[in-house]
Write a protein that binds this ligand. Structure first.
Ligand SMILES: *[C@@H]1O[C@H](CO)[C@@H](O)[C@H](O)[C@H]1NC(C)=O
Ligand SMILES: *[C@@H]1O[C@H](CO)[C@@H](O)[C@H](O)[C@H]1NC(C)=O
Length: 327
């Protein structure tokens, strides 16, 4: 019973499997094995066979292409690939055998350079947003590719990244970031290849005046003192300077109005010195009080004493002269 069954199986097996399988030792292969092609690009496929006495070697493909052949190989060059499901087959035929074939999946993709969206003039100390997205992305066999990632970078710093076709990054813009370059990098895996496309944009940050301050050589002065008052401010664009002063008399402006000089300060120069700065994005100001100080009592006393002393000497000298002449 048992030997009969095994025999039946053996007979079944022989009839079920193609005869060729027991005798075939040759094969047919395609190179490259998994070509990655951009939509509209071209691909060159080479079919080779180890079968010695084949009668035909052929490509079965729905689009045309330039053929080249040699002993044991047949290549096809398909230009302007635009068929998403393209799957060329290479067939080898021999007398007395079943045809032998193999196919190749062409990983067609469409992957455009990412676009960076960013306000052209970012105002400092405001929340801003950078968006980067890939306008068109399609890969054979997947409607929403999960094999894409997109990075926003500044220098070697990754600001944010997503496993998606777009990434959004919010930040509080700082004036020092003006001129920094933002890089958007998209990575797409197609078949066994990782493709990369990138774009960059330079940050342009504007700022209303900031860090406004005033410095002076004297905060208290006496008549005749030389006053120098300087104003410092930053901003993008660089601000313009003007002053609100106790008196305009004898005031000299220099260094694009950043500095004022009063060569000989008088009592009417006493008061508040206010520096006003502005640019197209705003205003700022800073001030300092410069106070007139009366000559101190001790100095007045010394002056009076010396004057009286000199006067006394002169009077004595006068008297001496008078008596000497009288003799
Ligand atoms: C300089 O300051 C004076 C006085 O505040 C102002 O009238 C003038 O317009 C300023 N000049 C410039 C170039 O800013
Ligand atoms: C100088 O100005 C200040 C205000 O800035 C005022 O309080 C003070 O009385 C003034 N002094 C004189 C001598 O005018």
């Amino acid at each position: 019973m048992i030997p009969v069954l095994s025999l039946n199986f053996a007979v079944l097996l022989i009839f079920w499997l193609p005869v060729g399988h027991f005798l075939d030792t040759c094969n047919v292969t395609i190179h490259p094995e998994a070509p990655v092609v951009e939509l509209g690009g071209s691909v060159n496929l080479n079919c080779t066979t180890t079968c010695a006495n084949y009668t035909r070697l052929d490509w079965e493909v729905s689009v045309g292409g330039g053929l080249q052949k040699g002993d044991g190989w047949l290549s096809i060059n398909i230009a302007n690939v635009s068929e998403w499901e393209l799957q060329p087959i290479c067939v080898v035929q021999r007398t007395g055998f079943d045809p032998l074939d193999t196919n190749v999946v062409i990983y067609l993709y469409q992957f455009s350079t990412p676009d960076i969206y960013l306000t052209s003039n970012i105002v400092a100390n405001h929340w801003e947003k950078i968006v980067c997205s890939i306008p068109s992305l399609k890969v054979r066999g997947s409607s929403s590719p999960s094999n894409v990632s997109i990075f926003l970078k500044k220098g070697s710093n990754i600001l944010k990244w997503e496993r998606s076709i777009s990434v959004e990054y919010s930040f509080l813009a700082k004036p020092q970031e003006d001129g920094d370059v933002i890089l958007c990098e998209a990575h797409l895996q197609v078949g066994s290849e990782v493709l990369q496309k990138s774009a960059n944009r330079t940050l342009k940050i504007v700022a209303s005046p900031y860090n406004v301050n005033v410095s002076t050589n004297f905060t208290a002065y006496k008549t005749g003192a030389p006053l120098v008052v300087k104003c410092h401010a930053e901003g993008k664009p660089f601000p313009e300077f003007s002053w609100d002063l106790p008196s305009q008399t004898g005031v000299e402006y220099s260094d694009s109005n950043k500095t004022i000089t009063i060569p000989s300060a008088q009592i009417y120069h006493n008061g508040t010195y206010r520096c006003l700065v502005h640019n197209v994005y705003g205003n700022g100001s800073a001030e300092v009080d410069i106070l007139y100080e009366e000559a101190s009592r001790s100095w007045v006393a010394v002056w009076v004493t010396v004057s009286l002393l000199v006067l006394g000497i002169l009077v004595i000298l006068g008297i001496i002269c008078y008596y000497q002449k009288g003799r």
